[in-house]
Structures are given as structure tokens and as C-alpha cells.
Design a protein around this ligand. Structure first.
Ligand code: KG4
Ligand code: ZN
Length: 335
């Protein structure tokens, strides 16, 4: 017991600069997220060079803001945590340098966190986890089914062979002339649709937990091209609905099959695409039918944020898993 454990965490792996202070792995004292979406919007996607420059511009005031909002003094911190991969190398480096500077000035231990472990343990901020569990991680950069045998022991049982689910959402949205990031727009359109365009589902080999979304994306583009060539008016909502149905179908069926095959006690949803209403609804009803407890973070903790990094770091802190001060940025870090 004794003194509370206060962890300051930094997340800069992609286009969100975020700093959080979390007490005892559960209580979010602050979670400041500064999104660069507006900056990248006009390019239709994240431009790595621009992203790292933006992180440099904002990291210092975001750290100050996180302290202010938490009402915590630097001397009250127990450790400094940072995402060291995977992600854009220039972006990761900004967070790493800031974390090392802070940890060394305050003489605190440094904790390196894998970005995906952060997404998974976002659930720990609001739920009680029971091992073993399966996590469906769906974001702009990742689509993975992870079997988590016990605390911190991850086994990737399936992953995308091409585009990540969020990436497919963003590309299809772009083809439909929707703003970046397109996921939420497609989600909304899909719910407004009165009909759905029929699109393929990539089940792959019968026993595979892998995913593939590039064929689906091409099928959407082919539908749009054909309509354009023949001058046929098409319903963007029907395309959005067909696309979403196809993505959700495959994600939900493979996740449930994994839960059953691995004898998991829970299914944890994680990552930016976990905010998708269609996915949440369908997973919710399928899990209820199958008697599988489904956990998902609130929407604000699904997309990139530093509170989730602090949550994962708290577990490492309890185990004394600290990082050396020459901790490297690893764009392709394995879970
Ligand atoms: O986890 P995240 O914030 O960043 C990565 O680590 O990639 O995920 C961002 C992704 C984007 O591709 C965005 O379009 C998608 O999450 N996204 C959604 C929804 N909200 C965000 N995709 C589908 N439906 C949503 N409601
Ligand atoms: Zn992420």
C-alpha cells in the first residue's frame, strides 16, 4: 500500500500528441490529447515529416497542461512512461526524448510501452480483466487478434496481410470524398443507409485468423468507377453500408472463433476502429448470444491517448520492468 503510484505517460507514435497522469493504474488525473488531424486533413493522410515537427511544437506545453490539469507536482511522480514503438520513427523520437529528459531531471525510472499493449490495456482503466482473454485490436495502423495468456504475455494469432481496418476505412472514405479520417463518416453514413451494395468478404483459409482488406477496398473502387463510367448515380450511403457490413462480418466472426478456440474468458475490443458503432453493436449481440463477456473502452480511450500507455506502464511498474536510458524508437516493434 503506502504512497500512490503516479505515472506520467507520453504517446507520440502517430499524429496525436498526448500526455497523461494516471494514479494507481486506474484513476485518470489528466489525459491531454492534441490531434494534428486538421493539419493532415488537406493531404488526406498523415505526412510523417509534418507529424514529427508538430509533436516538437506541442510536447512541452502538453506536458505542462497535463501537470496543471492533474494538480500533481513533478515530485509526486513515480515513473515516466513512453510509447517506443511501433509507429512513425520521427514521431516516436519526440516522445522518447521528452520522456528521457523528464525522467532524468526528476531521477525517475523510465518505462517503455508497446503501442498495442496500450490500446489493449485501455480496457484496464475501466474494467476488471480476467485472463486468458482475446483482444481484437483494430486501428489505423493495426488489425490484430491477440491471445493474452496472462499479464503482459501476448500471442498474435492473426493479423492483416495488407491494409489495416482503419486504413481501409480511410481509403474508402477518400474515394467517397469524405474528410480524413474517414472511419466515423462511413460509420454514420452506413447507419443512414436504406440498402447495401453487395461486396466481397475475405475469409482466407478456413482455419486462418488473418485478415485482408485490400480486395474489399478495390471492389469498392470498382463499383465507384463503373458507376462513374456509365454515368449512373449511386448512393454513397449504400456503398458505406456494404463496406462496413463486410468489414464487421469478418472481424466479428474471426474474433468469436478465436475466443472459443482459445477458451478465453473475455473478448476485449481495442484501437480507434473500436469506436465504430456497427462493430460494437454486432459484437455486442454475437457475444451476448455466445455468453462471452465483451469489454470495450469508452470512445475517448479507443483512439490514441496517453492514459492507455500509463495503464500498460503501471503493470510493468509493479513488476519492476524498467527501461534503460538508451531505449530506442522501434518503428516495427513486436508485441
Ligand atoms: O487507434 P487510432 O487512433 O490510431 C492508430 O493507432 O492507428 O485509430 C485511428 C483510426 C482511423 O483510421 C479512423 O478512421 C478509425 O480509427 N476510426 C474509425 C471510427 N473512429 C475512428 N473507424 C471506423 N468507425 C469509427 N467510428
Ligand atoms: Zn493507435
Amino acid at each position: 500500500e503506502g504512497r500512490p503510484v503516479c505515472i506520467l505517460a507520453i504517446e507520440t507514435s502517430c499524429d496525436e500528441t498526448s500526455v497523461a497522469i494516471v494514479r494507481d493504474g486506474k484513476e485518470i488525473l489528466s489525459n491531454v490529447v492534441s490531434s494534428q488531424v486538421e493539419t493532415h486533413q488537406r493531404f488526406g493522410g498523415v505526412v510523417p515529416e509534418v507529424a514529427s515537427r508538430k509533436h516538437v511544437e506541442s510536447i512541452t506545453w502538453i506536458i505542462e497542461e497535463a501537470f496543471d490539469q492533474a494538480g500533481v507536482a513533478p515530485a509526486e511522480l513515480s515513473a515516466v512512461a513512453v510509447t517506443h514503438g511501433p509507429g512513425l520513427v520521427g514521431s516516436l523520437l519526440v516522445g522518447l526524448v521528452a520522456a528521457k529528459a523528464l525522467a532524468s531531471a526528476l531521477e525517475l525510472p523510465l518505462i517503455g510501452v508497446h503501442h498495442i499493449a496500450g490500446h489493449i490495456y485501455a480496457n484496464q482503466l475501466v474494467h476488471e480483466l480476467e485472463y486468458p482473454f482475446v483482444s481484437l485490436v483494430v486501428s489505423g495502423g493495426h488489425t490484430e487478434l491477440v491471445y493474452v495468456e496472462s499479464e503482459g504475455r501476448f500471442h498474435i494469432i492473426g493479423q492483416t496481410r495488407d491494409d489495416a481496418a482503419g486504413e481501409a476505412y480511410d481509403k474508402v472514405a477518400r474515394a467517397l470524398k469524405l474528410p480524413y479520417p474517414g472511419g466515423p463518416h462511413i460509420d454514420r453514413l452506413a447507419h443512414e443507409a436504406s440498402e447495401a451494395v453487395t461486396l466481397p468478404r475475405a475469409w482466407l483459409e478456413p482455419d486462418s485468423y488473418d485478415f485482408s482488406f485490400s480486395g474489399l477496398k478495390s471492389a469498392v473502387l470498382a463499383v465507384l468507377n463503373q458507376a462513374g463510367m456509365k454515368g449512373i448515380a449511386f448512393e454513397p450511403a449504400a456503398v458505406a453500408r456494404g463496406f462496413q457490413d463486410s468489414v464487421v462480418d469478418v472481424l466479428v466472426e474471426k474474433a468469436l472463433r478465436a475466443v472459443q478456440a482459445y477458451g478465453a474468458k473475455q473478448l476485449l475490443l481495442a484501437g480507434g476502429v473500436a469506436a465504430n458503432k456497427g462493430l460494437r453493436e454486432r459484437l455486442g449481440s454475437r457475444c451476448a448470444e455466445a455468453g462471452v463477456p465483451l469489454l470495450a473502452p469508452p470512445l475517448s480511450l479507443c483512439t490514441d491517448n496517453a492514459a492507455m500507455i500509463a495503464a500498460a506502464a503501471f503493470l510493468k511498474y509493479r513488476r519492476g520492468q524498467f527501461a534503460p536510458f538508451d531505449l530506442k524508437a522501434e518503428p516495427l516493434l513486436k508485441l
